[in-house]
Design a protein around this ligand. Structure first.
Ligand SMILES: [Zn+2]
Length: 216
C-alpha cells in the first residue's frame, strides 16, 4: 500500500488504542501516543532509509524490493514490542506497555495491508519460508508501483481508509464535524469514489490497453 494509507491506518490504530485511556492519561500523553501510532503504522516502510543509504541517493527505483527484507516480517516487530513491553514492566509504566502494544498493532496492520495490495506480498512464514502472500498483486516496485496501484480498482480500498482517517480526525478536531451526521459524509465519499473509479481507473486502464495493443 501507499505511504499515505499506512499513515492513515497508523492514526486510526492510535485513536483506537488510546480510546479507553481518555480519563487515565493526560491530553498531551494521548496526543503523543496517537503520534506514536502514526509512526508505528508507517514503521516497516522506514526500511527505505536503508535503501537510500546503500544507494547514496533518495531515488526509489524498480529494484526496491523491501518486502523481501526482514523489516517487512512480523517476528521483527514481535521482538521489538516485547523488548519495549519488558521495559514498561520493569519501570511499571502503563504508558510504555501501551506503546509496545501499539507498535505490534501498527506494524501488523501495515503488514496485513501490504498483503492485501502490493507489488509482491508479505513473507508470513519468515524465517521458515520466504514464500510471499498477496491478494491484489501489482507486480511493480518503487515508483512504478505507485503509478500502477492508483489505476487499479483495489485502490478504492486505500482511498476509503484515508477518507475514514480524515473524517475521524475532523470529527475529533472540530465541533462542526463532531455534530455532523456520518451518513452525509459516507454518501459524499461514496459518490466521489464512484466518480474516481469511472473516470480515472476505467479510462486510464482503457488507455493502457490501447497503448499495449499498439506496442504489439
Ligand atoms: Zn510496507
Amino acid at each position: 500500500m501507499l505511504g499515505y494509507t499506512h499513515i492513515a491506518e497508523g492514526y486510526l490504530v492510535g485513536v483506537a488504542a488510546t480510546s479507553s485511556y481518555k480519563g487515565r492519561l493526560s491530553k498531551s500523553d494521548l496526543r503523543n501516543l496517537i503520534a506514536w501510532g502514526i509512526l508505528c503504522g508507517y514503521l516497516p516502510d522506514l526500511d527505505a532509509l536503508i535503501y537510500f543509504w546503500k544507494k547514496r541517493s533518495f531515488q526509489i527505483e524498480t529494484d526496491f524490493r523491501h518486502h523481501t527484507w526482514p523489516t517487512h516480517t512480523l517476528p521483527v516487530y514481535i521482538i521489538l514490542a516485547s523488548v519495549i513491553d519488558l521495559w514498561g514492566r520493569w519501570f511499571n509504566s502503563d504508558k510504555v506497555r501501551l506503546a509496545a502494544r501499539m507498535l505490534l498493532m501498527g506494524s501488523a496492520v501495515h503488514l496485513l495491508s501490504d498483503t492485501l495490495i502490493s507489488g509482491d506480498g508479505i513473507m508470513w512464514k519468515y524465517p521458515l519460508d520466504r514464500k510471499m502472500t498477496v491478494v491484489f498483486n501489482m507486480d511493480a516496485h518503487g515508483l512504478e508501483f505507485q503509478g500502477v496501484v492508483v489505476k487499479h480498482p483495489s485502490f478504492l480500498i486505500e482511498l476509503a481508509i484515508i477518507q475514514v482517517a480524515l473524517l475521524t480526525w475532523l470529527k475529533r478536531r472540530f465541533s462542526f464535524f463532531r455534530n455532523m451526521n456520518w451518513h452525509w459524509a459516507v454518501l459524499l465519499i461514496g459518490i466521489f469514489n464512484v466518480f474516481y473509479y469511472l473516470f480515472y481507473v476505467l479510462s486510464s486502464n482503457k488507455k493502457g490497453r490501447i497503448a499495449n495493443e499498439q506496442d504489439k
